[in-house]
Design a protein around this ligand. Sequence first.
Ligand code: UDX
Ligand code: ADP
Length: 464
Amino acid sequence: MKIKNICCIGAGYVGGPTMAVIAQKCPEIDVTVVDINKERIAAWNDEDVENIPIYEPGLSAVVKEARGRNLFFSTDVDAAIDKADMIFISVNTPTKTYGIGKGMAADLKYIELCARQIARVSKNDKIVVEKSTLPVRTAEALKNILDNTGNGVNYQILSNPEFLAEGTAVDDLMNPDRVLIGGDIDTPEGKEAVEALVDVYAHWVPRERLLTTNVWSSELSKLTANAFLAQRVSSINAMSELCEKTGADVNEVAKAVGMDSRIGPKFLKSSVGFGGSCFQKDILNLVYISKSFGLNEVADYWEQVILMNDHQKRRFAAKIVQTLFNTVSGKKIALLGWAFKKDTNDTRESAAIYVADYLLNEQAEIVVYDPKVKTEQIYADLDYLNTRSSEENRARVKVVNTPYEATKDAHAVAVLTEWDEFIALDWKKIYEEMLKPAFLFDGRRLLERKTKEEIGFEFYAIGS
Ligand code: UDX
Ligand code: ADP
């Protein structure tokens, strides 16, 4: 079975880049990305490809090549579903904020709405692909809705979790370590559906990297991969605190440990805490599923990764307060970086949000500079915490357009995202324009201690 028309529901950080690359690599397949968010679709269609809603190195060029040829962005969800033989579901699955499983389970309401819409609209057989990260056995729920509310057409459900990391999405999509496709491989129809998706990826991914499994393994592998990665960050962050007490240096420890080929060097960079839309959400999911099966030890084991991460964010903020003579009340603190990592404008679960919130509770005046994050996003992130009124957040947090505006007259500067441009700032000028003693807190191990101390900064870096 050859796929001719793909529809992707959800034009976000996963759906947008993934479909752009599929369209670029498969010129004979029409790819339509749909979203209910009109502004988002308008931005994807902006004549100037630099204005697409997601900042990812290399993405604008891919969109430029494919858009209008075989890549389309639209708000007409029904039409795209109707036309497609393969439908990717790539909508958001946030952690539930209400009811059973609040704060833990994934909220599947957007997925369910998609399923009901697909069932209502479809007039011929479809392959439905779960792209969003989902709890194990969501495919079963999807199938149930489609089969029971549909027009009698046949559905095959595949799980094709996305492993791209933000900031390197295009590269990760072009050269994936593996592509995982889960399907009903015990039936001929299921096998055929899996093969159809394998053929799409085989346009550019070597066959030996296309891994096919049953649906549950695929769903669980995604959660497991993210849990393992997050666990490595929490592990090295746990060591960072011990390093600070013992005189060891966490970078040296990470290097020594990572050179063991069994351990490997990646994901051992100590930081102010991991963020992003996946790690916390997926682990909470894992914890929730484990608990629901009565596997309390398994649940507690993974929950600790999050507790450690929360501790790291709090510890960093507390260090600032403690260093500034135990009070930041009325003091100006400059935060450099708001995104959860460099090279993205995504701020979901960014450590910066929690550090800012902590400092605001201590009555600090916050000034933020981030090269890619929009001002309104910063306020929205703080408002979402519901710690104080929206008016108060706006009164106490200022967002500026240059790092020098942020740091001028500040008591302290904290680096919260590892943007490359922060390395090359004129740190001498920053020092001269700050209040003294000038404190510099490096939450990313980005800056060189020696040169900063020579300038005159009181320098603190995570894990040393
Ligand atoms: C992650 C997974 O890597 C990806 O495979 C999955 O599809 C989605 O979740 P992402 O959240 O985009 O991707 O970014 P990632 O590079 O994994 O970083 C997550 C967080 O961990 C960031 O806040 C990052 O700064 C932090 N991190 C990462 C560290 O603090 N130290 C490290 O060594 C690595
Ligand atoms: P991710 O990081 O998983 O891509 P995003 O939040 O960036 O998540 O993107 C998900 C997108 O899905 C949002 O733009 C949202 O508007 C869209 N979406 C959610 N529900 C629906 C729906 N029923 N139909 C179409 N689009 C939807």
